[in-house]
Write a protein that binds this ligand. Structure first.
Ligand code: UGA
Length: 433
């Protein structure tokens, strides 16, 4: 059991802290947002993530997990400190590391004996070095410390499972002591641990996210070729995916990737490469294809409806992916804004993201169910593949719609079945345009 401090209660910080407490450690999560900490103390979650609330409750009750705004005191009492604060994008795509620097200074000032400081947030390669220098400048000279990189690979919507059963744990360290502490913490998970230097660990995170984003843009580009030739992208992905060297996952064509990780991390990696005098053209193309995919989808809707002005369009799904209420960089935002610009009236439904979206997009009629969205709409547009949309009573939907037109950005239905049911069904990469 270790005494652990987690700085930052965002997605990564809160899930990491909760899961590390569940593994038996004594964890204190710190955030300078008092409102958030007060809510967490009352066991109110700032995000929707399946299973998180129960796990927080369980570990708070067991006295292994607590929340505070007092970083200095918590640092003093902890052996291991994970930095999981935000690294939001600047205008030019570069990651803003000012929170990381501020926290490193504060940590340094609270350090009284040996501490291991671990970067958990996604940070540009070489940030570990900067964190180390910052701590060195502010710490009492006699205090020993190590810095390590331990990137997180969890996905929103399946964060707890991803944390508890990861494919691998990556640990970037400079000393045996730091390596031993981190391997001990993760030992109960019984999964492969790869130990590297700090820079390599930082790069593993950039490279993994960029590679996954590349897979998505690749299949999206293939979906365009499918539409031009009459091939079916689902079959192409299946055939490619059966090759173990390629794999089927992350080959789902759609309306492009969103969320707070891929778009931001990709932009940051392109900027880092530029700063290192390397023009990462491949990743620029990945970004471009992703942007174009949303534009192509808008064009599809426009083509199907002929004139958008004055038409009512029903949107199913607002979060950037299912099982989360996160709408940051969600494709739904660009799609709704694009349709509204052309004069469409928008009705929308999402099982969890409507609260957050109603603060961002006011001019939308938020509905209680997919059926309410379909009622008298000129078209239904599937933006997020929530499983409840796959189970809809399509005969009922057809009766409710003004036009039996569904434009599906996630390929959740069988084209043939939809046609048999009498829908005009437009999807991604599965029909000749
Ligand atoms: C992603 C990575 O998968 C995690 O490993 C990583 O830890 C995380 O970023 C992060 O850096 O914090 P996440 O953004 O939660 O996780 O979600 P993903 O499931 O990876 O999906 C990202 C986007 O890609 C979504 O918009 C999703 O709809 C899209 N996507 C995914 C596709 O369009 N096609 C696919 O085949 C897969």
């Amino acid at each position: 059991m270790k005494k652990i401090c987690i700085v930052g209660t965002g997605y990564v910080g809160l899930v990491t802290g909760t899961c590390l407490a569940d593994l038996g450690n004594d964890v204190v999560c710190v955030d300078n947002n008092k409102e958030k900490i007060d809510c967490l103390k009352e066991l109110k979650m700032p995000i929707y993530e399946p299973g998180l609330k129960d796990l927080v409750q369980k570990n708070v009750k067991a006295n292994r997990l607590s929340f505070t705004t007092n970083l200095k005191d918590t640092v003093e009492k902890s052996e291991v400190i994970f930095i999981a604060v935000g690294t939001p994008p600047k205008e030019n795509g570069e990651a803003d590391l000012s929170f990381v620097e501020d926290v490193a200074k504060e940590i340094a000032m609270g350090m009284k004996n040996y501490h291991l400081v671990v970067e958990k947030s996604t940070v540009p390669v070489q940030t570990g070095q900067r964190v180390k220098e910052t701590i060195q400048n502010f710490v009492d000279g006699s205090v020993e410390f190590d810095v390590a990189s331990n990137p997180e690979f969890l996905r929103e919507g399946s964060a707890i499972g991803d944390f508890m059963q990861p494919d691998r744990i990556v640990i970037g360290v400079e000393t045996e002591r730091a390596k031993n502490i981190l391997t001990e913490i993760y030992k109960p998970l019984n999964v492969p641990i790869i130990v590297t230097d700090i820079q390599s660990a930082e790069l593993i995170k950039h490279a993994s996210n960029s590679f996954l984003a590349t897979k998505i843009s690749f299949i999206n580009a293939i979906s365009v070729i499918c539409e031009l030739t009459g091939a079916d992208v689902e079959k192409v992905a299946e055939g490619m995916g059966m090759d173990k060297r390629i794999g089927r996952s992350f080959l789902n064509a759609g309306i492009g990737f969103g969320g707070f990780c891929f778009p931001k991390d990709l932009a940051a990696f392109i900027r880092i490469s530029e700063k290192l005098s390397y023009d990462f053209e491949l990743l620029k193309a990945v970004e471009k294809i992703n942007q174009e995919q949303k534009e192509l989808f808008l064009k599809k809707i426009e083509k199907a409806l002929w004139n958008i002005k004055g038409k009512t369009i029903g949107i199913l799904g607002l979060s950037f992916k299912p099982n989360t209420d996160d709408i940051r960089f969600a494709p739904s935002i660009d799609i709704i804004k694009g349709l509204q610009k052309d004069g469409a009236l928008i009705k929308a439904y999402d099982p969890y993201a409507m609260d957050k979206m109603s603060k961002v997009l006011k001019n939308v009629e938020y509905c209680k169910s997919p059926y309410e969205v379909a009622k008298d709409a000129d078209a239904l547009v599937i933006v997020t593949e929530w499983s409840e949309f796959k189970e809809l009573d399509l005969d009922k939907i057809k009766k409710l719609l003004k036009n039996p037109l569904i434009i599906d950005g996630r390929n959740i239905y069988d084209s043939e079945k939809m046609q048999k049911k009498g829908f005009k069904y437009i999807c991604i990469g599965r029909m000749k345009t």
